[in-house]
Design a binder for this molecule. Structure first.
Ligand code: NAD
Ligand code: MG
Length: 395
């Protein structure tokens, strides 16, 4: 514990699935004796945010939801914890002097605060894959300029990070991202057509937030992860493979030019990747379930099906086209995801809408500034919303 004593950390998105797991890891590694928590942030779930802030001794609690400011102030009255609300407050919180920042806000909402933390030079533990999918090189540039480290938290990317030998990047032939296949792994398109968000969110192995659970069912999550991997590990599109592995025990692999494949394995529990990101390059002692190979007995693999799961094909297209296509795919999918959850479109429409918006925006210039990224993101959202509205009118 000595090596972490007094380490200043912030958790952006502390009330979410990754955020709650992060606070659990922080607690396991000594809690308030080992860490100074600079800031915790959430959105609508103010009660949990206040409870967390008190429990971990945070200096500052921020809700992104301005309307919740009064409630948060009330919940933290007399605690001495500073309270703030709104988007700007979130960015200000991310800019405070933490050594390590967990970026676990969901969706593009996480981009501006994570960038702020990166520019200031904090080590970034990156759960919010949307940052890299949307802003790619510009986000990496912000990290490089700030001087902090970028440590992946997404289980697949943590596995690759752990399986990459120092100074052997030149010998990497390919990376193999594993995918559980989600709840519809064996379903036909006809069966998937009529499912509701309630059915789609039930993931077989992992317990996660709503967006990523639906994204696992449609494999849009894997699509985002392919683009995330390209940026994190500086890969060419044809170096990125996806394999369906229903047990989610192998978290991903690196294939080298001598034919060797290195993998990281573990029970499906995000706390291992979070702990690794928190104490890297050390491995913390964590109370998580251990793999029992005899009980496991077997590991299965299947080739992914890009016809039933077109998101994978869209990711390849985005990778090959480059430019702002990642940002466009991500933004259009986010709008389509909300429309699906609201029952406005069907499960399969999500990929259709993303594909159409990507096609429509092929001519968009590559982003040279963050404003270009935000502009492409906004335009993709506008077009996705328009497409959804048009479909509703036609129906
Ligand atoms: P979640 O929905 O459980 O939590 C999201 C967090 O973001 C919450 O704290 C919420 O209050 C906050 N938030 C939501 N909307 C916001 C807004 N507009 N502004 C500011 N804050 C907002 O999500 P999660 O499953 O914890 O995922 C978080 C991120 O981590 C996502 O990018 C996801 O892809 C990634 N990730 C998650 C897992 C997982 O196991 N859950 C695994 C790998 C990667
Ligand atoms: Mg993942």
């Amino acid at each position: 514990m000595a090596e972490t004593a007094g380490r200043r950390i912030s958790i952006l998105g502390s009330t979410g699935s990754i955020g709650v797991n992060t606070l659990d890891v922080v607690q396991q590694l000594g809690g308030r004796d080992a860490f100074d928590v600079v800031a915790v942030t959430g959105n609508a779930n103010v009660e949990l945010l206040a409870e967390q802030a008190k429990a971990c001794g945070a200096k500052l609690a921020v809700t992104a939801d301005e309307a919740a400011y009064g409630m948060l102030t009330q919940a933290l009255a007399g605690s001495g914890i500073e309270v703030a609300a709104g988007r700007e407050a979130l960015i200000e919180a991310a800019s405070r002097d933490a050594d390590w920042v967990m970026a676990a806000i969901v969706g593009t909402a996480g981009l501006a605060p994570t960038l702020a933390a990166a520019r200031r030079g904090a080590d970034i533990a990156l759960a919010n894959k949307e940052c890299l999918v949307s802003a790619g090189e510009l986000f990496l540039k912000a990290i490089a300029e700030g001087g902090g480290r970028l440590i992946p938290v997404d289980s697949e990317h943590s596995a690759i990070f752990q399986s990459l030998e120092d100074d052997q990047h030149h010998a990497v032939e390919r990376i193999v991202l594993t995918a559980s296949g989600g709840p519809f792994r064996t379903w036909t398109r006809e069966q998937m057509a009529g499912v509701t968000a309630e059915i789609a969110r039930a993931h077989p192995n992992w317990s996660m937030g709503l967006k990523i659970s639906i994204g696992s069912a449609s494999m849009f999550n894997k699509a985002l992860e392919m683009i995330e991997a390209k940026h994190l590990f500086n890969l060419k599109p044809d170096q990125i493979e996806v394999i369906v592995h229903p047990q989610s025990v192998i978290h991903s692999m690196v294939g080298y030019q001598d034919g060797s494949v290195l993998a990281q394995l573990g029970c499906p529990d995000m706390r291992t990747a979070i702990g690794y990101a928190l104490t890297y390059p050390d491995r913390p002692k964590l109370n998580v379930e251990r793999l029992d190979f005899a009980k496991l007995a077997r590991l299965d693999f299947e080739a992914p099906d890009e016809v039933r799961f077109p998101a994978l094909r869209l990711a390849r297209t985005a990778l090959e086209r480059g430019g702002v296509q990642g940002a466009v795919m991500n933004a259009a999918e986010e709008i389509a995801f909300h429309a699906f959850c609201a029952g406005r479109i069907g499960f399969l429409d999500m990929a259709d809408i993303a594909e159409q918006v990507m096609e429509d925006m092929v001519g968009f210039d590559a982003a040279t500034t963050m404003d270009d990224v935000f502009a492409a993101d906004a335009e993709a959202r506008r077009r996705a919303a328009e497409t959804i509205a048009r479909r509703e009118m036609a129906a």
